[in-house]
Design a protein around this ligand. Sequence first.
Ligand code: PEP
Length: 297
Amino acid sequence: MNFELCAWCFVLRIPHGRARNGDGSKYKGQKFKAQSTKHKVKLFMRKPVIAGNWKMYKTVGESVDTALALKPLVANANHCEVIIAPVFTSLKTVADRLEGSNVRVSGQNCSTEVEEGAHTGEVAAFMLRDAGARHVIVGHSERRHFYSETDAMVKRKCQAAISAGLTVIMCVGETLDQREQGNAENVVRGQLNGGLSGLTALDLDRIIVAYEPVWAIGTGRTATPEQAQEMHAFIRRVFAEGHTATAAEALRILYGGSVKPENIAGLMVQGDIDGALVGGASLKAESFAKLVNYERR
Ligand code: PEP
């Protein structure tokens, strides 16, 4: 690690994707503050996040079985945050059964509405929080494409989630057509700016971005680590333009799209990849645990 001394503070400078925690994980992720006697030490670490999106799979009983099978397999995973997103009907039971463990529970979606009211079929962010969720996935491509979610809706959902005290995992990503026409960056920029404009500096602490190229979701076709890294670095630049360089440096950006135990290590060594949002391979406790316990090089 590099130490740089200036008149007012120590700044610990962490080479991107190189430095390691005591347990071997990368210094990537969360903000860490400590006090020295005279000076303040401020260090930005991006702690990896491995999140499983269970989509519309599993009954309550199946969800609990999977969650309980997962719990001991990831109990020592201090190098990352572990999140699972069951269907709404299982969320409260799963959250209760995981209480006291290192596995957090997430919603897969929430209403654009902040307050309760006459919105048949919707679930408000504060209700997710009440049911035990600490995170919510917003703007997943399946919601954008099958349920016509717009950037404006994604933005309202992000704001509702933040006001309920949830951390948002906001998904962005281009279709194959858009990539082939050379529009991938424009699309992702639009989704980022559309979903996240107007957030305060404090709100940004509650944002995680997931880059999920639509052509890689559930197809078995993963973006190469280099393709993913290129887009993640772009996302960080766009975030810095729209917000601040500091917020961009602290932002965790997950990759999603056919992540499996066989390909996660190659993705996680990339400097701007701070974790994974996983669909298919998160449905079984054993394979999700392998993802969580990915080999840290
Ligand atoms: C997802 O649903 O967010 C996803 C990335 O799915 P899969 O891992 O199955 O491609």
